[in-house]
Design a protein around this ligand. Structure first.
Ligand code: SDX
Length: 428
């Protein structure tokens, strides 16, 4: 017997169906609410209680600290899979056979050229431009050189657009970094794996050969997997919203990059390192900063802490924290901010302000420490988040298009002026 929810309003009772997901999540379906009640809508700023869609891609349980991509746990995938394999899994729903993965990568390598004219667009940015703004602009600019990627309705055309973006995006990431460093802009090396090629494009020095360090490659592979998808977060919801107008994949992803940039979202990984550096330079007094974070009159927040959904440990933070010790140890890197981060975490987990509000380290708290050990500049940290999130955004965009979801258009409650007559200038 399917469940229903009863709403009583204005002396009348209304019954709405309740849907249940495969992991037991339940939702009241209110798509007929306004029509059946004569105008009643719901109001939920930040959509804290509102589901925007049904999705089969990622499941997370914030209370239990569970995260799975297409049913596979993040712990297993981070340990056993390659990032490209996880990208395939997220986008197409199944772990690929070796033959399918090889074909996927062959198709991607075949599209890894970026029109040289794009370099002129990159030249137009000052070196001081934030890489996320550059990357969002370049991603949008790609449309001009790949017009067939816009109006894609068939799965085949979607596949071509997806492969183009997975191929060209890492080149744009590398070019964005190298432009800031005054380095020559080059292409990748098809003899390498997807992640190894990214490292070479980013870090190869013009006068040297570049050997991929397996420790660095394994660390980046793990970080990209951990960032690959996270159901309906701010940037993914942005990708879905823009994609719902059929603006095309590249434009949707460009919008998602802009949403991820914010310090409350993906921009937090850069803000965490800047915060930790600030604490270190201020004598390392973590207690002082804990008090600031708790002070309502102080705008300071403990960046990398708290999460809209996780009210338990972010499982990704656990894995990244362990990986930080492992990678820095193997690379022989000593980073004092790692100890400061651990000190903040320990203090917060013993402080009622954080415990009562269920504020734990999130994915951004330790990730920057590894990025830094890999030689990635701080202002590029959120770009690395975008690089990891790209297959997740793509998978969510594809699911939304294949399910033929309607254009996103929320309602509102108007609280402005009631009707009033125009006042001539000389009477104001
Ligand atoms: C990501 O959604 C996703 O899945 C995102 C993400 C993904 O993979 O896509 O997981 C990636 O964006 C992780 C989050 C990165 N952001 C940060 O680390 C920035 C710092 N965190 C906060 O700004 C905050 O925790 C948010 C934005 C992450 C969540 O904010 P919510 O859910 O709107 O919670 P809230 O702001 O209503 O806070 C509830 C309470 C408030 O106190 P009270 O008003 O109840 O007294 O907790 C406090 C907040 O002041 N609080 C914090 C805090 N985070 C929340 N206090 C101090 N420091 C913090 N970091």
């Amino acid at each position: 017997m399917s469940k229903t929810a009863i709403l009583e309003f204005d002396g009348k009772k209304y019954e709405f169906p309740v849907t249940e997901g495969t992991e037991g999540e339940v939702a009241v379906k209110i798509d007929k609410l306004r029509g059946e009640t004569g105008g009643l809508i719901t109001l939920d700023p930040g959509y804290k209680n509102t589901g925007s869609c049904e999705s089969a891609i990622t499941f997370l349980d914030g209370e239990k600290g569970i995260l799975r991509y297409r049913g596979y746990t993040i712990e297993e995938l981070a340990e056993k899979a390659s990032f490209l394999e996880v990208a395939y899994l997220l986008i197409f729903g199944e772990l690929p056979t070796q033959e399918k993965l090889d074909r996927f990568y062959k198709d991607i390598k075949g599209q890894s050229h970026v029109d040289e004219e794009m370099k002129k667009i990159l030249d137009g940015f000052p070196k001081s431009a934030h890489p996320m703004g550059v990357l969002s602009s370049l991603t949008n600019a790609l449309i001009a050189f790949n017009p067939s990627s816009v109006n894609v309705d068939s799965e085949e055309d979607m596949y071509k657009a997806i492969v183009k973006l997975l191929a060209k995006f890492p080149v744009l990431v590398a070019w964005t970094l190298r432009k800031r460093q005054g380095q020559p802009l080059d292409y990748g090396d098809g003899s390498l794996g997807y992640v190894e090629n990214i490292l070479k494009m980013m870090f190869k020095q013009p006068h040297e050969t570049y050997e991929v360090d397996p420790v660095v490659a394994a660390a980046l592979n793990k970080l990209l997997i951990l960032h690959a998808d996270h159901e309906q977060n701010c940037s993914t919801s942005t990708v879905r919203m823009v994609g719902s107008s059929h603006a095309g994949l590249f434009a949707s992803i460009s919008a998602g990059i802009s949403a991820l940039w914010g310090p409350l979202h993906g921009g937090a990984n850069q803000a965490v390192i800047e915060m930790l550096e600030g604490i270190k330079n201020d004598g390392g007094d973590t207690h002082k900063y804990m008090e600031k974070a708790k002070d309502k009159n102080d705008p300071f927040r403990l960046m990398g802490f708290g999460h809209r959904v996780y009210k338990n440990f972010d499982p990704r933070a656990r894995i990244i924290k362990k990986a930080a010790d492992d990678v820095l140890g193997k690379l022989g890197v000593e980073d004092p901010v790692l100890d400061i981060a651990k000190g903040l975490e320990k203090e917060a987990l013993e402080d009622s302000y954080f415990v009562d509000r269920k504020l734990y380290p999130n994915v951004d708290f330790y990730s920057g420490i590894i990025y830094r050990a890999l030689g990635i500049p701080t202002e590029m940290f959120t770009v690395m988040f975008a690089l990891g999130r790209l297959p997740g955004w793509i998978s969510q965009w594809r699911e939304m298009r294949l399910r033929k979801e309607p254009i996103g258009r929320p309602r509102q409650v108007y609280i402005g002026e009631n009707q009033r007559a125009y006042v001539p200038m000389d009477q104001r």
